[in-house]
Design a protein. Structure first.
Length: 112
C-alpha cells in the first residue's frame, strides 16, 4: 500500500492525497491512468505511448462486462485500420504459437 501511495504523491507532489481520493481513483479501474473519449482518441493515446517505448497494456475494467466489449468493438478496430495492430493470428494454441512445435521448457521440480 505504501508503494501505491508513493506513486500518487510522486505523480502530483503538490497535492495532498486523502484516503478517499485514492479510493475513488483506484475504484475506477486501478491505479493506472484512465482513458476516456471516442475510440479514435483512446487509440491515439495508446499509439502515442507505444511510440515512446511502451510494449503492451494491462486493461482494467471500469464497468463489467461492457468495458471489454466496448474496447474490443470500438477501440481495437482503430489501430487495426491504421495498420498498427494485427488483425489475424496464426492457428493453434498459445503454447503451439510460442514454441512452434518444440517442446516447451520444463521447470525443475521444487524442493520442499
Amino acid at each position: 500500500m505504501q508503494t501505491v501511495l508513493h506513486s500518487f504523491t510522486r505523480a502530483e507532489p503538490d497535492r495532498v492525497w486523502t484516503l478517499r481520493d485514492i479510493a475513488r481513483y483506484i475504484g475506477k479501474g486501478g491505479a493506472g491512468p484512465a482513458l476516456v473519449g471516442a475510440p479514435e482518441q483512446i487509440a491515439d493515446q495508446l499509439e502515442d505511448w507505444c511510440s515512446q517505448g511502451v510494449g503492451g497494456f494491462d486493461l482494467s475494467f471500469s464497468v463489467m462486462p461492457d468495458f471489454y466489449r466496448d474496447f474490443i468493438d470500438g477501440v481495437v478496430p482503430v489501430p487495426q485500420r491504421r495498420g498498427r495492430m494485427q488483425c489475424e493470428y496464426r492457428p493453434g494454441t498459445l503454447r503451439e504459437t510460442m514454441f512452434q512445435g518444440a517442446d516447451p521448457p520444463i521447470a525443475a521440480p521444487r524442493q520442499w
